[in-house]
Ligand binder design. Structure first.
Ligand SMILES: Cc1ncc(C[n+]2csc(CCOP(=O)(O)OP(=O)(O)O)c2C)c(N)n1
Ligand SMILES: [Mg+2]
Length: 363
């Protein structure tokens, strides 16, 4: 008889915004809850703007974070400034909460290296977005090893999608994290799809969190559309890792409400009925309903908040558009402290080609 693995699953808010269990003590703080709500709304409005900027040719491909705001906002809110985020490409929510500027995110997706040179000291050591699937999980173990060797009470937090958990890099990272008991938290953003591959055929295990068990450390699931659940379990995961109690894998169960990226059309492979159902469970409305039921939110506050967030987003777009286009050779910057010779040759070739084209912009 195979062993059955029973992992914890946490949810406080049901999809209709009603409580589905006793709240933890920290959740009495309505200032904190409205702050989390505000940040989710800001993230969604920024996300919509980024998609619109791609559609009008002002940035390149963009990976929307629509529907996954609760996960990123909770993580970003709880990490200490001295912790390090090793993110993947769908991490607008966590980056914004950490202190990455909206204009930096737009610069990144516009192909401008300045977008990864974060100006806020609180995020200066955070990594740039990682596009190669799951490789960031290993980078996070490197960062966590450094913290451990130096005896620092800092945590490396890395994120990835459900599909990424099938990659060797991810499993190797879990292995080394468990073997060396590293201060790292793996957050799996299980949004049910890896481009057009559904979770049900992605992996034969009933949960993704149980991959941690095979590596000798703790894994659990949370409702990733319930920010109270993500906040509560992430808080404990960070605490464990920070105090030498080893890594944690937190599987946040959510849904990718948008296309995979602006280069994708999910209507070609996803049933409309499934997406419609997922909208009933989305995280922002859920917290809004709860806050309204507690008497701390109403239509007037909502309208004021949306206007304030829209102004903030527009101000960042203005900064982004005023930033100007970088010279073509800037693609070589920020990679090596000392350049290998082969890159110097390539840079020369690029400059020659740009000169032949009369300095015209390379798309
Ligand atoms: C090493 C590598 N292989 C393939 C790809 C192409 N690719 C980009 S996103 C993606 C799916 C990832 O899905 P998931 O991990 O669930 O993350 P999500 O995009 O759903 O957040 C793939 C296969 C890539 N970027 N890197
Ligand atoms: Mg996915």
């Amino acid at each position: 008889m195979p062993n059955k693995i029973d992992l914890p699953y946490t949810r406080y808010l049901a999809p209709d915004g009603r409580l589905s269990g006793d709240l933890p003590a920290w959740a009495d703080d309505f200032n904190l809850l409205t702050r989390l709500y505000r940040q989710m709304v800001l993230t969604r409005l920024f996300d919509q703007k980024a998609v619109a900027l791609q559609r009008t040719g002002r940035i390149g491909t963009y990976a929307p974070t629509l529907g996954q705001e609760a996960i990123g906002v909770a993580i970003g809110c709880l990490m200490h400034p001295e912790d390090v985020l090793i993110p993947y490409y769908r991490d607008t929510a966590v980056q914004l909460m950490r202190g990455v500027k909206m204009e930096e995110i737009l610069l990144y997706w516009g192909g401008d290296e300045r977008g990864s040179a974060y100006v806020d000291p609180a995020v200066r050591e955070d990594f740039p977005l990682c596009v190669p699937i799951a490789t960031q999980a290993l980078h996070a173990c490197g960062v966590a090893s450094a913290f451990k060797i130096r005896g620092e009470h800092r945590v490396a937090v890395t994120t990835c999608g459900d599909g990424a958990t099938s990659k060797g890099d991810f499993l190797e990272a879990l292995n080394v994290a468990g073997a060396w008991q590293l201060p790292v938290v793996f957050v799996v953003n299980n949004n049910q799809w890896a481009i057009s591959v559904p979770r049900r055929i992605q992996c034969g295990a009933p949960t993704l969190a149980q991959k941690a068990i095979g590596a000798g450390f703790h894994g659990e699931q949370v409702d990733g559309n319930d920010i109270l659940a993500v906040y509560d379990r992430m808080r404990i995961a960070l605490e464990r890792a920070r105090h030498g109690k080893g890594p944690v894998l937190l599987e946040c169960i959510s849904y990718r409400l948008g296309d995979h990226t602006t280069a994708d059309d999910a209507t070609r492979y996803r049933p409309a009925e499934e997406v419609k159902q997922a909208w009933q469970e989305e995280p922002i409305k859920r917290l809004q309903t709860f806050l309204a039921s507690q008497g701390v939110w109403d239509e007037g506050r909502e309208q004021a908040l949306v206007a304030e967030c829209q102004a903030e987003v527009q101000a960042s777009v203005d900064v982004f558009e005023a930033a100007g286009i970088q010279p073509v050779e800037s693609v070589f910057e920020h990679v090596y402290a000392q350049w290998p010779a082969v890159l110097a040759d390539q840079r020369e070739m690029l400059l020659e080609r740009a000169a032949r084209r009369g300095g015209e912009r390379h798309e």
